[in-house]
Write a protein that binds this ligand. Structure first.
Ligand SMILES: [Zn+2]
Ligand SMILES: [Zn+2]
Length: 397
């Protein structure tokens, strides 16, 4: 089915190794994996980092029993770009077909990508062997400078400057172009020139911005990565329309990435920071960027009366009585006479004072995460994190 849009989804944006630290949640902790759906519906996967697992789950839940026929473009063989392969469910279903593309590594020889894939499932690295991976697979070895076409989407490549080699990809769809150039260190004239050529007038350039310009010039010179400042330079010189900072350092907190983004935006306003769940829709009208919902707490519909005060648009203060219609909640701290067991389930029902109406009652299921003697001798201080009512309290299997 041909549509007049192409859609790019970011399933993993983190460089080097996945992160789970809370201060990296907003941009996300999975390693590189992008999904591009061409206007004719052809799916492209760019890199197979840990984000690939979530893409697989998404396809499994949205595509039902219809077979998948996808193109998989791999930039290089560093862990962070291949580690999702064994955890991508669609590889384990015979009705699916995958066409893999990558380069011949001088360290691996012919059939490099096939070898990498087989090695990941070899004993003793993975519980099931390759015979379980029943999807049809074919492998094509490509090189920098190559061009080919898949169902109307033109693909071209360029070598990037990265230890053991890396390919940058450009995909020209009928509604716009995306350039994926991660894992690249600037400063080698030949590579710098071919990257600018690859990125020329692209609608979206996704570029390695792992380090700060200061780190790149000193402690991390020679590590094969880049900075937001280099991204801005390339975007300007190649007349790119949108720049996406990508491959965030595992030690970069959300706040640090915020800093890179705002610095880059001062130089090149159409800059975005790659975020897990972010999507970019390309059409004749240009690009449309969207982020997935960021609410982490539960939302409960209710009606509470609250007194709200703040500042109006014209700067004057206001105060009024208002009805709270929903509320996000993450957890609570309570004083209890009982001593609940850690990691056990608890229900907390909060009633609005003097009101027995159900709509002003908040019933929440939670799990106990903290319990210590309270200030009063007979009481315990109990921490609870709320969980969705539908969620199983114990993992199955
Ligand atoms: Zn990488
Ligand atoms: Zn790498």
């Amino acid at each position: 089915m041909t549509q007049h849009t192409a859609k790019l989804v970011f399933w993993g944006v983190r460089g080097s190794t996945p992160t789970l630290e809370r201060d990296t949640w907003r941009y996300g902790g999975n390693t590189p994996c992008l999904e591009l759906t061409a206007p004719d519906g052809t799916p492209f996967i760019l890199d197979c980092g840990t984000g690939l697992r979530m893409l697989g789950n998404d396809w499994t839940s949205t595509r039902g029993d219809s077979g998948i026929d996808a193109q998989v473009l791999v930039t290089h063989y560093h862990w962070d770009h291949i580690q999702g392969i064994p955890f991508f469910h669609p590889f384990f279903e015979a009705r699916n077909r995958f066409h893999f593309y990558s380069f011949q590594s001088k360290h691996l020889g012919p059939n490099s990508l096939r070898q990498v894939l087989e090695a990941q499932l070899a004993k003793p690295y993975f519980p099931v062997d390759l015979s379980m991976m029943t999807a049809e697979r074919d492998f094509r070895e490509i090189s920098g400078g190559e061009k080919w076409e898949v169902n109307g989407t033109k693909i071209s490549t360029a070598w990037l400057n990265h230890p053991q080699g890396c390919l940058g990809y450009r995909l020209d769809t009928t509604v716009g172009s995306v350039v994926y150039a991660t894992d690249n260190e600037p400063g080698a004239p030949e590579f710098d020139a071919s990257l600018r050529q690859l990125a020329n007038a692209a609608d979206v350039l996704i570029y390695d911005a792992q380090y700060s310009p200061e780190q790149l010039a000193s402690t991390h010179k020679g590590w094969g990565h880049s900075s937001w400042l280099e991204g801005v330079k390339i975007a300007r010189e190649a007349k790119v329309r949108n720049l996406v900072l990508f491959h965030h350092d595992p030690d970069s907190s959300d706040k640090r990435v915020d800093g890179f983004l705002s610095a880059a935006r001062q130089e090149f306003p159409a800059t975005w920071a790659g975020t897990e769940g972010m999507s970019i829709t390309l059409s004749e009208r240009g690009v449309d960027v969207a982020l997935r919902g960021s609410r982490v707490g539960l939302r409960r519909r209710l009606r509470f009366t609250a007194t709200v005060s703040g500042q109006s648009e014209d700067g004057s203060p206001f105060q009024e009585k208002a009805t709270v219609r929903d509320l996000s909640l993450q957890g609570a701290y309570l004083c209890l006479k009982s001593r609940p067991r850690l990691q056990s389930e608890m229900r907390v029902v909060i009633e609005a004072a003097g009101d027995r109406d159900r709509s002003s009652m908040l019933s929440l299921r939670g799990t106990v995460v903290h319990c210590d003697p309270g200030r009063e001798k007979s009481e315990n201080g109990v921490g609870v994190v709320f969980i969705e009512d539908g969620e199983p309290s114990h993992p199955t299997g």
